[in-house]
Design a protein around this ligand. Structure first.
Ligand SMILES: [Fe+2]
Ligand SMILES: [Fe+2]
Length: 171
């Protein structure tokens, strides 16, 4: 069974290109749940996805690289959904999977497992389920991480204001 350090090495190994991409700075400056940035949330989801696949002994059925990359890119929508923006982000929960896919397809070479897992990670809120096992794992890991981050007491220490970098245009 993989330990924490081994899981982090796997995420770094398969996710280096994504983690080091300049647009990840936008994720580092956007809160996702409570005090957790979208970047930190994505790393957590990637680590938890690898942990789940490992503990369920799924490595003969799961593409490890596609799993890590899908998890790192599942919320690659590149805006702060808490910011008021003329109502544009009102349907964030329903639309951000597609926005993440558009942005990720522009910035990285994606395979079919990655594309489907990113687009459908909000199932069952969005009605179409993932096509691949990797997509189900990312979706479960996302919901576990989001619940833990939202319920964390650390959210009450969130700074009230912070400087932000200019936002990029969406694809
Ligand atoms: Fe999401
Ligand atoms: Fe997420």
């Amino acid at each position: 069974m993989l330990d924490r350090t081994q899981i982090q090495c796997i995420v770094e190994h398969h996710g280096k290109e994504i983690i080091l991409h300049e647009h990840m700075r936008i994720e580092q400056n956007s809160y996702q749940h409570g005090v957790v940035t979208t970047f930190a949330h994505s790393i957590r989801v990637a680590c938890l996805s690898v942990w789940l696949a490992d503990r369920m002994r799924l490595w003969n059925r799961v593409d490890q690289r596609a799993l890590v990359r899908s998890a790192l890119l599942h919320d690659y929508f590149l805006y702060d959904w808490h910011e008021w923006d003329n109502g544009t982000h009102r349907l964030h929960g329903l639309t951000h999977g597609q926005t993440a896919l558009l942005n990720a397809s522009r910035d990285f070479q994606l395979g079919s497992v990655e594309r489907d897992s990113i687009a459908r990670h909000m199932f069952p809120l969005t009605l179409i389920p993932p096509k691949y096992l990797e997509g189900y794992i990312v979706s479960v890991a996302d919901k576990i991480s989001a619940t833990r981050e939202t319920l964390s007491l650390a959210r009450f220490t969130k700074p009230r204001s912070r400087s932000r970098r200019p936002r990029m245009q969406h694809a």
